[in-house]
Design a protein around this ligand. Structure first.
Ligand code: SIN
Length: 187
């Protein structure tokens, strides 16, 4: 699969005839909403778990020194907490560009914390994309994050902003918090 997923995502037309689409965010989309939205609601999706297994060459690292950012890995019964945004379909041009380093739009059922659910989209970087890095011990992931920086800033800021956002939402994540602890040890 090519490194740039913009063209593939543009062919994902499932929601194009909808006036509004729910987008589920679980990584930087939780704490950095750089797009207009009509509503925002804490939400979750089932069957996926958050992992810092995706390489970042364009935001939090470089092609020579990629950072590590969040993707979702299938895990039966797992619940991933995040933030859902109601957007107009026009916003996907910007979102596809932002998520171009391996992420594909996937249709999913989004359950709102306050009750109810909706069919929507989530960006997932699967293990067959060229930037996928996969599993590593927490301390190895933390060391890579500590040493990486890209056009969107230090990789450390991504991890810490996500950890803080999850704390603020009251949705602890063992994987994210374990990497945060390792990062703190590195100073
Ligand atoms: C997301 O936040 O939902 C996707 C991954 C990212 O942009 O960090």
């Amino acid at each position: 699969m090519s490194l740039n997923t913009v063209a593939i995502n543009q062919r994902m037309t499932q929601f194009d005839d909808h006036a509004e689409v729910w987008l589920f965010g679980y990584g930087s989309l939780i704490y950095k909403a750089d797009f207009p939205f009509l509503a925002r609601r804490p939400a979750s999706i089932t069957g996926w778990t958050r992992r810092f297994w995706q390489g970042s060459h364009d935001h939090r690292g470089t092609p020579d020194a990629p950072g590590r950012v969040a993707t979702l890995v299938a895990e039966p019964g797992a619940v991933c907490h995040g933030m859902a945004y109601l957007v107009t379909p026009e916003e996907f041009a910007h979102l596809d560009y932002r998520e171009k380093n391996g992420y594909l739009r996937v249709a999913t059922c989004i359950a709102f914390d306050a009750g109810g659910s909706a069919e929507g989209l989530v960006y997932i970087a699967a293990d067959d994309n060229a930037a996928f890095l996969g599993a590593a011990p927490d301390r190895v992931i933390a060391a890579q994050i500590a040493g990486a920086s890209g056009p969107s800033g230090p990789n450390r800021d991504y991890l810490q902003a996500l950890a803080q956002a999850l704390r603020d939402m009251g949705k602890p994540d063992d994987h994210v918090f374990a990497i945060e602890r390792q990062l703190a040890r590195l100073g």
